[in-house]
Design a protein around this ligand. Sequence first.
Ligand code: NAD
Length: 260
Amino acid sequence: MLNGKTALVTGSTSGIGLGIAKALARQGANIVLNGFGDVEGPRAEVLAAGQAHGIRVEYHGADMSRAGDIEDMMKSSAAQFGRVDILVNNAGIQHVANVQDFPPERWDAIIAINLTSAFHTTRLALPGMLAANWGRIINVASVHGLVASAQKSAYVAAKHGIVGLTKVTALENATTGVTCNAICPGWVLTPLVQKQVDAKAAEHGLSNEDAKKLLLGEKEPSMQFTTPEELGELAVFFCSPAAGNVRGVAWNMDGGWAAQ
Ligand code: NAD
């Protein structure tokens, strides 16, 4: 379905971003990976996912907190593939503390990586998408783009912000072939969330399994983690012809979290 298209997924060396990159590769899209840590493992996984289509996979190590890095990544991706057709703004970090204890530099980093980076990638991707009259911008927000939790001020502010950016981008391009939508996961068991499971285990003297149950039980009625694979399939749907008139939605996949 996506043969000949190129998808750039920020923060795709791990977790949800890697799951989305593999799902898009399975549909035949070329992939630009981004993120920190091991690159060769994720690259091999994405190449294998797209093997039947003979896709190309490139990597750019841009730090999403730096506008200059982002410009370089967008320019070099366009130079390598002609254009970025699908942009998935996924890179994100977390820090947990009450507002009065929240380190200002953590606030700045979360707003820069979880929100401002998506403004930069979007503004730089749009001209090429509009020239082709086809594009898909998918923002990985969170259920925290819809509702709040204590001790996550910067994260909730950034995620509500990216849901707002999603709606504005969708509206400004509503008469074109470029759509913009947000995905709002509940708990997904990635390294970002394992840290919070570990903190619960230490705080209450629990095993890893019991700490997971406690975490889920507080917020997620299904008592199940959403998986990167499920989120990848939602991204594929947003890229499909059937989703051509889905514009500006914030679609939660959260086991009923936001329905409460
Ligand atoms: P993760 O820690 O597994 O992956 C985060 C990715 O972002 C990694 O590839 C990392 O290298 C990259 N990254 C971090 N800082 C970066 C920077 N400055 N520049 C470039 N890349 C950077 O986390 P995840 O759980 O897969 O989270 C991905 C997205 O999903 C985030 O936006 C997160 O807020 C969102 N999300 C996660 C959950 C969850 O339960 N895990 C729920 C809702 C939303």
